[in-house]
Design a protein around this ligand. Structure first.
Ligand code: SAH
Ligand code: SF4
Length: 352
């Protein structure tokens, strides 16, 4: 089965203002028309050519005939957790479903967790999305559509101020589309996020981390999840290709802007990677790095044999890191009641 998107959709939502000017120029249209259409899509939220009431009808038809669309993803379902987390389900033009999670942050703002693929090929053993396998990559437009459509699902006055590529999929496996989506999301004329407010989370694809470093100065989060190759090989097959030493060496050369930290995510699995020795090895691995560790007590799903460690074990693990002066947070589990927590994303077979 192909992992490429099924229809080569030419969505205008994956274009920066410059890209759109070039596309319209190729159709014989002047710059100001491109700017007008760009404004309709990114500032006024138009989702059809017919909504662009002040653009000439002939131009709207020309765009349609050239095969352009304005993103065809639609919000199909919004579920709200008792803790305020919201899970959005999008239906794509080929019928596939993806999810975005809006996580409430202090100050009344949200962080949006974006999907980059339908499913995931990396096969991490503790992750629900991993059990689904990869159906296909998302297009850049489908990633940007999540950003464009999410604000409309929030009550008035609430806004989103960070995006993290931590939803379904391994973003660096879908490198070109993810990079293009970052360019659009960070376009000052578009959604206008600064690179500081964008984070890519990866299971550790070394060559792609190096490539990313050359192109886009976004924040980087590494899903580490183990402190020995033996355990990481078992949990995350990607470790057989890029073992720990190689991964850590790669992040050491990541050009961090001043005062920024790399994030290391560490899913705590009871009896697997949560011992005091693991904590001490973690300290050693990260020595000399400007790093923050995010401990994530494992979120359960049916059909696996893993266990979530108890709070006391989590605290003991955290204490060892804190005592060695590492910055550590324990991720408060959010959205557990609506299957929106880390590693739980993916349509359930019985989804209503
Ligand atoms: N594929 C990327 C981003 C999506 S996964 C990556 O792996 O980094 C986002 C985070 O959720 C990762 O840090 C992953 O380790 C974590 N995760 C996956 N399954 C989990 C689960 N069941 N419980 C808690 N965290 C999980
Ligand atoms: Fe994919 Fe990330 Fe889940 Fe691993 S943890 S299977 S890379 S989504």
């Amino acid at each position: 089965m192909s992992i490429r998107p099924p229809t080569p959709e030419r969505s205008l939502t994956e274009m920066s203002r410059e890209d759109l000017r070039a596309a319209l120029l190729a159709l014989g249209e002047p710059r100001y028309r491109a700017d007008q259409i760009h404004k309709w899509i990114f500032a006024r939220g138009a989702r059809s050519f017919d909504a662009m009431t002040d653009a000439p009808k002939a131009l709207r038809r020309k765009l349609e005939e050239a095969g352009y669309t304005i993103g065809r993803a639609v919000v199909e379902k919004v579920r709200e957790s008792i803790d305020g987390t919201r899970k959005l389900q999008f239906r794509l033009s080929d019928g596939a479903a993806i999810e975005s999670v809006l996580i409430p942050m202090p100050g009344g703002v949200f962080t949006q967790c974006l999907s980059s693929q339908v499913g995931c090929a990396m096969d991490c053993k503790f992750c629900y999305t991993g059990t689904l396998g990869l159906s296909r990559h998302l297009t850049a437009g489908e990633i940007v559509d999540q950003v464009l459509l999410a604000p409309g699902t929030l009550p008035a006055g609430m806004r989103i101020d960070h995006v993290v590529y931590m939803g379904m999929g391994e973003p660096l496996h879908n490198f070109d589309a993810v990079l293009q989506s970052i360019q659009v999301i960070c376009d000052p004329e578009g959604p206008g996020y600064s690179h500081k407010r964008v984070t890519i989370s990866t299971s550790g694809l070394v060559p792609q981390i190096d490539r990313l470093a050359e192109i886009a100065p976004v924040n980087l989060a590494i899903s580490l999840n183990a402190t020995t190759d033996e355990v990481r090989d078992r949990l995350m097959p990607v470790n057989k290709r890029y073992p720990l030493a190689e991964l850590i060496e790669c992040v050491r050369r990541y050009p961090l802007p001043p005062r920024r930290k790399l994030t290391f995510e560490y899913v705590l699995l009871g009896g697997v990677n949560d011992s005091d020795d693991d904590a001490r090895r973690l300290v050693k691995l990260l020595r000399g790095l400007s790093a923050r560790v995010n401990l994530i007590p494992w979120n359960p799903f049916d059909g696996t044999a893993y266990a979530r460690p108890d709070d006391e074990r989590v605290r003991a693990f955290q204490r060892i890191l804190l005592d060695r002066n590492l910055t550590v947070t324990v991720r408060v589990t959010k959205g557990l009641d609506i299957d929106a927590a880390c590693g739980q994303l993916g349509e359930r077979p019985d989804a209503a």
